[in-house]
Design a protein around this ligand. Structure first.
Ligand code: HEM
Length: 467
């Protein structure tokens, strides 16, 4: 067994950082070709070695090692300035475990199913603004939908001035005019200079301050409401903020306002663009190859009119299309950094304390031995075989597995079912869509331009309705 770090590019760390930021998929593929399943990159901000791993055995070791020896959190560089120290992403060890235990049930089971109607209403409302003959980037509609879903399901906001302002500020902060500069500011703290609101960092701080004020105002209002209800949780409120305000830890303590703020911000940031970009990619793939669209429509139609959201969630072909979408371009290209806390062995290498290892989602999903012909979009592969959590990992895994996984899949499936059942769309361009880096995530370049061909009428034969 080797004590040395796995091989990797020997170019200057600045060049590695540039390639990593500019062309992450191409760079990872190039490194995998040269160095294999496990390689070391040196990218900013600290230019510390970071070991990327894409063999399922190595991934399994990462996901099953006790967090005492290997964990993410602020020391592993997962904390971002927007989220704060109480964010699930910044926490580690026991506090992380406790917070996850409190939050997880809010995104699962019966609780999740209660959001079905909300997701359908929001999708209908957004798509009702589509005009026949209009060419538009479908990503912007998906962003609007996933924003509304988060603001209403997670924050429990009603339409109104605060909702609008929150949305405006969030768009400003999450979709910066110069995304590469924002990545650079997040990676390199020395670039964070507050030179007033005209400077990029000053503007960022101003937006964050306004966002915080809006969030705290909502929390305060909700506390007053709860007091007025004699500390009884309003049973009509099923949003996640209300549920988080009602939960108590083992010592009987509620979450503080700062903890609530950090967690809300985390759910917003982690749950909005990820779902929107995955939906836009899905709509692209569904319309890019003959057969997929028709097959999906036939499956959706088999449920009859106004199908139960739970029945949609369980549709096998729809599930296969969503899985293949998340396999092909996983919007989180890599999992969170994991910091080695005591010497351990992964993939035949011995890693010293302080090494950073990263599960490489994109490369695992493009392994020829797992996914033959990996550059082909083929939903059937998910019907033909079952993949282990170490072979298919769009939501990461282990103690850091995405807490919104079930919720995101539920939202994706309901939105797709709703759009496909009611609208006839076509791609407006024949060029294949390109994936590009957007901050830490991957998204479709140009937002996937589509044209609205018409409304789809219920109970028409599939092929007649389809094209
Ligand atoms: C298609 C949509 C989504 C994708 C692809 C995705 C992917 C991921 C990935 C890869 C991780 C890191 C896991 C690891 O390193 O092992 C993660 C973590 C996380 N995600 Fe998601 N996510 C999505 C949607 C959501 C939604 C809707 C929410 C919540 C509303 C959410 C909340 C979180 C949180 C809080 C974490 C941190 C978990 C922790 O550190 O314990 N995500 N997600």
């Amino acid at each position: 067994m080797s004590n040395k770090l796995p091989a990797g590019p020997q170019t200057h760390p600045w060049i590695q950082t540039y390639q990593w930021v500019k062309n992450p998929l191409g760079y990872m593929e190039e490194c995998a070709k040269k160095y294999g399943d496990t390689f070391t990159l040196r990218v900013g901000p600290l230019f510390k070695p970071q070991v990327l791993i894409s063999h399922p055995q190595g991934i399994q070791q990462i996901f099953t090692t006790d967090p005492k020896h290997l964990d993410s959190g602020a020391p592993a560089g997962a904390g971002a300035p927007l989220l704060g120290p109480n964010s699930l992403l910044s926490l580690e060890g026991k506090t992380h475990q406790r917070q996850r235990k409190l939050l997880t049930p809010q995104f699962h089971g019966e609780r999740m199913l209660t959001y079905g109607e909300l997701i359908n209403d929001i999708t209908k409302e957004e798509t009702s603004q589509w005009q026949i003959g209009e060419v538009f980037p479908v990503l912007s509609s998906m962003q609007e939908i996933s924003f509304q879903v988060i603001l209403k399901a997670v924050f429990g906001l009603k339409d109104g001035e605060r909702c609008e302002k929150l949305k405006e500020n969030l768009i400003g902060i999450l979709n910066p005019k110069r995304p590469l500069l924002r990545v650079a500011m997040i990676m390199f703290p020395f670039l964070r200079k507050d030179l007033g609101t005209w400077s990029p960092w000053g503007r960022y701080l101003q937006l964050r301050q306004q966002l915080d004020e809006l969030i705290y105002a909502e929390i305060q209002e909700r506390r007053c409401l709860r007091r007025a209800e004699l500390s009884q949780l309003d049973p009509s409120r099923t949003d996640i903020l209300s549920l988080m305000m009602a939960i108590r830890d083992e010592a009987g303590e509620p979450m503080t306002d700062i903890e609530l703020r950090d967690e809300l911000m985390t759910l917003l940031v982690a749950g909005h663009e990820t779902t929107a970009s995955s939906l836009a990619f899905a709509l692209y793939w569904i319309h890019s190859q003959p057969g997929i669209y028709e097959k999906l429509l036939a499956e959706l139609d088999s449920l009859g009119e106004n199908p139960d959201p739970n029945a949609i969630f369980k549709l096998p072909y729809l599930n296969a299309v969503c899985s293949e979408t998340l396999r092909f371009y996983p919007v989180a290209m890599v999992g969170l950094n994991r910091l080695v806390k005591s010497p351990l062995e992964i993939s035949g290498y011995k890693f010293e304390t302080g090494t950073i290892v990263i599960p490489c989602i994109y490369l695992t999903h493009h392994r020829e031995d797992l996914y033959p012909d990996p550059q082909k979009f083929k939903p059937e592969r998910f019907l033909e075989r079952q993949f282990t959590p170490y072979e298919f990992l769009p939501f990461g895994g282990g103690n850091r597995r995405c807490i919104g996984m079930a919720f995101a899949l539920f939202e994706m499936k309901l939105v797709l079912a709703n759009v496909l059942s009611n609208w006839h769309l076509e791609l407006a361009e024949t060029e294949p869509v390109k994936p590009i880096r957007k901050g830490l995530l991957l998204g479709p370049d140009g937002g996937v331009n589509m044209i609205v061909k018409g409304k789809r009428l219920q109970n028409q034969p599939v092929l007649e309705k389809a094209r």
